[in-house]
Design a protein around this ligand. Sequence first.
Ligand SMILES: NC(=O)CCC(=O)C(=O)O
Length: 286
Amino acid sequence: MAASFNPEEARVPRAVQMPTPPITKFKIGLCQLAVTADKERNIALARKAIEEAAQKGAQLVLLPEIWNSPYSNDSFPVYAEDIDAGSDSSPSTAMLSEVARLLKITIVGGSIPERCLDKLYNTCCVFGTDGKLKAKHRKIHLFDIDIPGKISFMESKTLTAGETPTIVDTEVGRIGIGICYDIQFQELAILYAARGAHLICYPGAFNMTTGPLHWELLQRARAADNQLYVATCSPARDAGAGYVAWGHSTLVGPFGEILATTEHEEATIISEIDYSQIELRRRVSK
Ligand SMILES: NC(=O)CCC(=O)C(=O)O
């Protein structure tokens, strides 16, 4: 006998009570950076892009996954920084801290390879308007892929997986953090929504195989399912790199709508976030 299905019993309330954000409307800047093998240049370029975004009114700036180093297992150990050992050991995060403080903006600092004791992580640092480190997210789901003739990459060859979700209260609302492949795991986004996130930021470097298939789809799905904002930021595409990034940094609203996006070249997107849209979304479709 077929089991009967009662949609009323099956229905789970989706609308989660969210905390009142400190600000309802603000501009976000997504800096799609051209990453090179020259770390100092990468840091200088990131600084310039952040300053330009802030000049255009961005109160929150998001950087790409692995923006200070080429995205490769050979590079991760060479470019890795000890974030907890202070600014001398981590010029990349020292720069982020300084610009966040000087410009009084919140920075979700993409990710860099992090060295901690004998381990390496793919780590995102969040800085508040006072320049203080508010949170550190270590990529939980390492990207191991092998599609014959298309793409093969094993982050787990050099990196260790993070163990904890990261949700942080900032001057621009409650933000959940995921790094790239973390976006494939809906349960992480559900958890952030359940904990009252207004926005999930995913620095990410999808590639020429999975980018066209999944990048936009996943961002819109995470935003629409959880009725919140999703922001992503990729490195710009370098067709000559060992790993070719898809680009297409994007902001998606709580209805699953694309609010702003770009192609694959170096670019900074400035777009508005309006958290009253989350309430509206949750009122119209409980
Ligand atoms: N850097 C990454 O985690 C890439 C993830 C990706 O491309 C995917 O398909 O997922």
